[in-house]
Design a protein around this ligand. Structure first.
Ligand code: PLP
Length: 473
């Protein structure tokens, strides 16, 4: 029996992970028992059967993002895809430069030309840690990294990228959709800038695949990271798209071994996971548009109800350039961490993570001009998904509003964490992080938006619903 209070709870944390669609599970079953060969064992039928399944899944994924199957490299998820993209491109670039006599990669793989750093990457302060930490790794080996600051909407503009590109820029890495605030960068326009300057563009589309168009040619990207478990597939499998022509993207493998995936990623393939990922992509191709059209209004209604209940809430990130299933708001005066600890019937998350071991609040929220530590600590990330019903949203809204009112009426006493920082309603020691450039200057206009007068409050929770949940209004 699985422990944990999930029964009856509404799951609204689809940015963390999505449930595996039962149709995906069904499609995976034969590869868990019947077709168990190793797809690399092409000398016999068991291996060939498994290989056929892998290649079919590769086609489904390629069809969804508009590329050739040979441009897909399977990985263990988006973290590995991001690392392979960023480190792989930089190392391949350095090796080519070394071969032409311009640079010498050291034996430990670090990228140096004599003592001078070589190469330059442009990314954003709000990227996922898989990208930021891969960049930080290269930075330690002498590479130069530019961390662009986002605007008040949480977006990067094409002209920012254009200005940041240098003669030695190797790669621009900007996510399609942010995992906390759901904001979509203008990737096609940024891609046009990169193309004009002859610089490769990588995008992490892990959060976007299930909800928005991820066609690599319409986006104009050269590399794309994907993850199955953000798209109603299984955990532990993902992919990296690598453009084969105009330009041909070259990467250096990050794992030594049997030379699987045409030498780009060694390791026996996760056949059931890949089959599940392929089927998940088939479902997305058929259902994405209708699903996004259903989720957007559900999300908007939740926002209206929250704004009505808490007119001074802050919406984190653009309201228009945003995933249809994402909402991220800060409610002044609350500790999101404490709120979530007592919210048994709704599963949402916060950018804040106060604990004895780490006093860390969302670097994504803090990177938004006008937002600070308090906004980060009171931020709630809400992610709707394929199986979220109207009734789920009605219950979750009632519960959330009641819990927030309760906490406001009974403020959480501030605690002191292991480092001596205050950790409670307002003060959770900000981590000093070099990636959080673009800190608020204090000059930015307030982006608090008062709640609109709602004409239809039919879905507003009544007092009895609130009382039923055991909270005080
Ligand atoms: N990139 C983004 C944007 C994500 O949201 C995540 C998951 O949190 C990852 C990368 C990591 O994905 P995975 O769990 O497949 O390694």
């Amino acid at each position: 029996m699985i422990k944990g209070a999930t029964k009856g709870s509404v799951y609204l944390d689809h940015h963390a992970t999505t449930p595996c669609d039962p149709r995906v599970v069904e499609a995976m079953l034969p590869s868990l028992h019947g077709v168990y060969g190793n797809p690399a064992s092409r000398q016999h039928g068991f291996g060939r059967a498994a290989s056929d399944q892998v290649e079919q899944a590769r086609r489904h994924i390629a069809d969804l993002i508009g590329c050739a199957p040979s441009e897909i490299v399977f990985t263990s998820g988006a973290t590995e895809a991001d690392n392979l993209a960023i480190k792989g491109v930089v190392e391949a670039h350095a090796q080519r430069a070394a071969a032409s006599g311009n640079a010498a990669p050291l034996t430990d793989g670090s990228i140096m030309a004599g003592q001078a750093p070589r190469g330059h990457i442009i990314t954003a302060a709000t990227e996922h840690k898989a990208v930021l930490d891969a960049c930080a790794h290269l930075e330690r080996h002498g590479l130069s990294i530019t961390y662009l600051s986002v605007d008040a909407d949480g977006r990067i503009t094409p002209s920012q990228v254009e200005k940041a590109i240098r003669a030695d820029t190797t790669l621009v890495s900007l996510m399609l959709a942010n995992n906390e605030i759901g904001v979509l960068h203008p990737i096609p326009e940024i891609a046009a800038v990169c193309k004009a300057k002859g610089v490769l563009l990588h995008t992490d589309a892990a959060q976007a695949l299930a909800y928005v168009d991820c066609d690599v040619n319409r986006l104009g990207v050269d590399l794309m990271s994907l993850s199955a478990h953000k798209a109603y597939g299984p955990k532990g499998v993902g992919a990296l798209y690598l453009r084969r022509r105009r330009p041909r993207v070259r990467i250096t493998a990050q794992m030594d071994g049997g030379g699987h995936e045409r030498g780009r990623r060694s390791g026996s393939l996760n056949v059931p996971g890949i089959v599940g990922f392929g089927h998940a992509c088939q479902l997305i191709a058929r259902e994405r548009q209708a699903e996004s059209q259903r989720l957007g209004p559900l999300r908007d209604r939740l926002l209206e109800d929250l704004m009505h209940a808490f007119p001074n809430l802050r919406i984190n990130g653009s309201q228009t350039h945003r995933l249809p299933n994402n909402l991220n708001v800060s409610i002044p005066g609350i500790s999101a961490e404490a709120l979530l600890a007592n919210l048994d019937d709704v599963a949402i998350s916060s950018g804040a993570a106060c604990s004895a071991a780490s006093a860390d609040s969302s670097y994504v929220i803090k990177a938004l001009p006008g937002a600070g530590t308090e906004a980060a600590e009171s931020s709630l990330r809400i992610g709707l998904g394929r199986f979220t019903s109207d009734e789920d949203m009605r219950r979750a809204t009632a519960s959330l509003i009641a819990a927030i009112r309760h906490q406001r009426a009974h403020p959480v006493p501030a605690e002191v964490d292991a480092d001596g920082d205050m950790c409670g309603t307002t003060a959770c020691g900000p981590r000093v992080d070099k990636t959080t450039i673009g800190e608020p200057t204090g000059d930015e206009p307030s982006v608090d938006r008062p709640g609109p007068a709602m004409t239809d409050l039919g879905n507003q929770p009544g007092p009895s619903a609130i009382d039923d949940l055991g909270h005080h209004a």
